[in-house]
Design a protein around this ligand. Structure first.
Ligand code: GLU
Length: 472
């Protein structure tokens, strides 16, 4: 196949490679691969001058083996049906890998939100929601959107509000969308979740001394030289946690207008502030400019985090990639041809379907919060704090020594919502990595972590179909 294969075909290729190692019937595997529902629609909007424009939009539900289906909504001028289908499919596998009980879905509106006034973006978002609701493509038990490229908390609040207005009195209506602002039923930690998950994924990989030795690297994330592509929600938080909690060094950042490099390390928050002020990351004080932004992917480094869009590492540039580890913050950044080249070079790829699953994992927690109508940890915080205090008092009795008030205040705190969310996310990422690595290392036919991830996902989805009794 050539570099012209579509994004959805690329996903199918990854699935086929892993499916070939299973014994499931062909019909069942076909059912798993295809998109169950592809809703493509158009609607008109009127601008402030009274001109009418037709907007194209999609919602694709890839798999209904578990309900609701789940996945973000993308706003981009170049988005197309193939891309939405590919992204919806990736959501199915992603959810299965991290044991989040949803089928996969994705939505998109073909427009550039930066070129429209905010009130127009709001009208487009509300109309889109209305169209989804009319066809039963949104609802807490049906299909639950979330943010993706070009959307965020603001859009999710509009979606929730529109849905609730159309479903008065529906007690679980807030669970129709995740990634909402806190005041509108969001959960603490959702905004950072995908980036935090990328950090946990990388940290877990780096903790394996044997694997790191094979890559010619020392164990541990500390001191690793990282290049990141994309300073959006995923890239900015991934670098923040790798730097602050992992003690890694961000040596280059690539954005649309160009890239910057500083071997001594960059602080993403300063670069973001500078970009906001000047409109570009170029000429950031202390750094060297890289005019062709894609060249940054080829820099000498330990870890590359593509956290922008799909098809960034291709057969064309894969040979020149010098990173030893690629952690896919974006969906589909590496083509199958590029992956083969990187594998031959001994590069460890931590695949998107696992590495960026932190977002949907915490979306799941938000959905649970909305359905339970109570802040996570609300009922246990004081109780746990009291238990911690009792334990400290017991230690005092046994040792005859006294804790200071500061020590007690620091240790007997009781977990709050953010503690629970981050702990659930960390556990999900750690446990999933260990399972994928085990599948990879224990099966000689499985060449890498991506194949292990798809193998894991296909098995779980197949069992779920078989247990539904659809294929007796
Ligand atoms: N758009 C994100 C993703 O690609 C999040 C999806 C969600 O939270 O449902 O994983």
């Amino acid at each position: 196949m050539t570099a012209h294969t579509s994004f959805f075909e690329n996903v199918i290729r990854y699935v086929d490679q892993a499916a070939a190692l299973t014994k499931y019937p062909k019909g069942l595997l076909d059912q798993i691969k295809q998109c169950n529902s592809v809703y493509s629609f158009k609607f008109p909007i009127r601008d402030s001058q009274g001109n009418i424009e037709t907007i194209r939009a999609w919602r694709v539900e890839h798999s209904h083996h578990k309900l609701p289906t789940k996945g973000g909504i993308r706003y981009a001028p170049e988005v197309n049906e193939d891309e939405v289908m590919a992204l919806a499919a990736l959501m199915t596998y992603k959810c299965a890998i991290v044991d989040v009980p949803f089928g996969g879905a994705k939505g998109a509106i073909q427009f550039d939100p930066n070129k429209y006034p905010v009130d127009q973006v709001e009208r487009i978002t509300r109309r889109y929601t209305h169209e989804l609701a009319k066809k039963n493509f949104i609802g807490p038990g049906v299909d639950v959107p979330a943010p993706d490229y070009g959307t965020g908390e603001r859009e999710m609040a509009w979606i929730a509000d529109t849905y609730m207005a159309m479903n008065p009195g529906q007690i679980d209506a807030l669970a129709c969308v995740t990634g909402k602002p806190l005041s509108q039923g969001g959960v603490r930690g959702r905004r950072e979740a995908t980036g935090r998950g990328v950090f946990y994924a990388l940290r877990e990989a780096c903790n394996n001394a044997e694997d790191l030795k094979k890559l010619g690297l020392d164990r541990g994330i500390a001191g690793k030289r990282i290049v990141v592509q994309g300073l959006g929600n995923v890239g900015s938080h991934a670098t923040k946690f790798c730097r602050e909690e992992g003690d890694a060094r961000i040596i280059a950042i690539a954005e649309r207008e160009g890239a910057i490099m500083n071997p001594n390390g960059l602080i993403e928050a300063d670069v973001i502030a500078y970009r906001k002020e000047t409109g570009s990351i170029l000429n950031f004080p202390g750094s060297t400019n890289i005019i062709n932004t894609r060249d940054a992917l080829e820099l000498e480094c330990d870890v590359l985090i593509p956290a922008a869009l799909e098809n960034q590492i291709t057969a064309e540039n894969a040979n020149r990639i010098k990173a030893r580890i690629v952690v896919e913050g974006a969906n589909g950044p590496t083509t199958p041809e590029a992956e083969e080249i990187l594998r031959k070079k001994g590069v460890l790829i931590i695949p998107d379907v696992y590495a960026n699953a932190g977002g949907v994992t915490v979306s799941y927690f938000e959905w649970l919060k909305n359905l339970s109508h109570v802040r996570i940890g609300r009922m246990g915080k004081r109780y746990e704090q009291a238990s911690e205090l009792r334990m400290m008092r017991m230690i005092e009795v046994l040792t005859g020594k006294k804790f200071t008030e500061e020590q007690i205040a620091a240790a007997a705190i009781g977990p709050d919502e953010l503690d629970f969310v981050n702990s659930g996310l960390e556990d999900t990422m750690v446990v999933s990595y260990q399972r994928l690595r085990e599948i990879w290392k224990s099966n000689p036919q499985i060449p890498d972590l991506r194949a292990a991830a798809f193998y894991d996902a296909i098995g779980k989805i197949a069992i779920s179909y078989l247990e539904l009794g659809i294929f007796p």
